[in-house]
Write a protein that binds this ligand. Structure first.
Ligand SMILES: Nc1ncnc2c1ncn2[C@@H]1O[C@H](COP(=O)(O)OP(=O)(O)OP(=O)(O)O)[C@@H](O)[C@H]1O
Ligand SMILES: [Mn+2]
Length: 433
């Protein structure tokens, strides 16, 4: 009898345990299902318009015609012949007996800052920018990052953006992370000419020595200069939004390297405008273009078609140099509000990353200027790097950027071909304007 009662007791306990295990299982199944859907949801949020566009571009790249790997012989392309003229114009031809800076300014017009083949005095002007005696050095108070304004004897000014990083430094993080890359400013000048956008003022590498800076600095700048007691090098932190005493630039072996940018004369009125495809610069906020691939429809209602084609030219340039910081664009009032490309310092950050979303104006509007397309095609198959390096050796050095950056330029050029091909395949009418 006792055995029987015990047996029943265990039987109930067993049943109860099975019931509890079942309940737990049902709970767990529901719990994970719920988690799955919430994971699904948050992932879906990240699969935004830029994500889908990138996938489509990569897909188009995988099917890209092999012909894009083959260069065009120079004699078969008027664009390449024109680039040869530019190359020759980059060489020294004048000894400064003409007013080179004035001539550089006088050639600027609504089509850009110089003709695409350059000018016969381009090389000499570059040389003058690299060597002219500096008579005054100020802290330029424009923009948010540290910049100096150097004045030459004839009152011509250049903006000097100092070197913060070594050429091999890779900048991780957001597309706009880090400080200005002086070499990016110089590269952008040459690349703009190759791509057919002569809208970057001349930029050269310039090396200042500490005596020169000290001798010419004005009082305001001098107040932010000091000698590092350990290294005995001269440091300066300047005055600007991001300038901090504990974050100075210092000379190395008494030399300060940087980019010297031809300063446009003050009578040329630059107007800053907000770029419709700008980023929010806020991690928690996405811009409309980042989630809506129909964003171009909205832009078309606000801007005329030539301006939209400008945005598309610019985004190709920015994508290739890796600049995702074009929050504003600037126009010259006198020249029919023509666009100029200044502030290219946030380029050449990470050669292993292609920020495809910089191409949003191109893949969202799916149009491109015929002449831009012809130009891009003419430098295929390695010609881009060849021409670029041939130009750089004249006044700078090809080691201004590292090999991975050259690879990135070629890779991104092909991504542009893939994007245009994708647009062509999607559209019933011609995308070339
Ligand atoms: N070559 C130039 N000639 C004339 N003005 C210039 C030139 N380069 C820059 N400027 C003026 O100086 C301003 C600041 O320059 P830049 O944008 O390069 O600085 P920044 O510190 O990077 O600014 P931000 O942080 O706003 O991007 C420009 O908006 C422009 O008005
Ligand atoms: Mn900037």
């Amino acid at each position: 009898m006792i055995y029987l009662r015990c047996y029943f007791k265990y039987y109930y306990v067993l049943l109860l345990s099975i019931f509890l295990v079942l309940c737990l299982n049902i709970y767990l199944v529901f719990f994970f299902l719920k988690e799955e859907t919430s994971i699904g949801k948050s992932t879906l949020l990240n699969y935004n318009a830029s994500y889908f566009a990138t996938q489509n571009i990569l897909n188009s790249l995988s099917k890209l015609d092999k012909d894009y790997d083959l260069p065009i012989p120079t004699e078969e392309s008027s664009i390449l012949k024109e680039l040869e003229v530019l190359l020759s114009n980059l060489k020294l031809k004048f000894n400064g007996d003409i007013d080179l800076f004035n001539a550089t300014i006088n050639i600027m017009n609504k089509d850009g800052l110089m003709p695409l083949y350059g000018t016969p005095y381009l090389g000499s002007t570059i040389n003058l920018l690299k060597t002219s005696e500096i008579i005054k050095t100020y802290n330029a108070l424009k923009g948010t990052q540290l910049k100096l304004l150097l004045m030459f004897k004839n009152n011509q000014e250049v903006l000097f953006k100092p070197k913060w990083y070594s050429e091999s430094k890779i900048i991780y993080g957001d597309v706009y992370a880090g400080k200005d890359r002086y070499n990016g400013e110089i590269m952008a000048f040459y690349i703009s000419l190759i791509l057919g956008f002569p809208r970057v003022p001349i930029v050269v590498k310039r090396i200042l020595d500490s005596t020169e800076i000290h001798k010419t600095a004005n009082i305001g700048l001098k107040k932010t200069m000091y000698i590092n007691s350990t290294t005995k090098e001269m440091c300066l932190y300047g005055k600007c939004f991001y300038c901090k005493r504990e974050d100075p630039v210092c000379t190395k072996s008494e030399r300060l390297e940087g980019a010297a940018i031809f300063h446009l004369p003050p009578y040329m009125k630059l107007k800053q405008r907000l770029h419709p495809w700008r980023r929010t610069y806020n991690e928690n906020k996405t811009a409309r273009w980042e989630t809506d691939n129909n964003f171009c429809t909205y832009v078309k209602a606000t801007f005329d078609s030539e301006r939209i084609l400008d945005f598309i030219d610019i985004c190709i340039f920015d994508f290739i140099i890796g600049n995702g910081d074009r929050h504003r664009y600037e126009v010259i009032e006198q020249f029919n509000n023509t666009i100029i490309l200044i502030d290219n310092g946030k380029s050449f950050g990470n050669p292993y990353k292609d920020h495809t979303d910089i191409l949003a104006p191109l893949y969202q509007c799916c149009i491109i200027r015929q002449k831009t397309w012809e130009r891009l095609k003419s430098i295929k198959g390695g010609t881009f790097t060849n021409v670029l390096q041939n130009m750089l050796v004249i006044h700078e050095t090809i080691s201004l950027i590292t090999l991975p950056h050259y690879n990135a330029l070629e890779r991104r050029l092909k991504l542009v071909y893939a994007t245009v091909t994708m647009c062509q395949n999607q559209s019933n009418e011609s995308i070339f304007k």
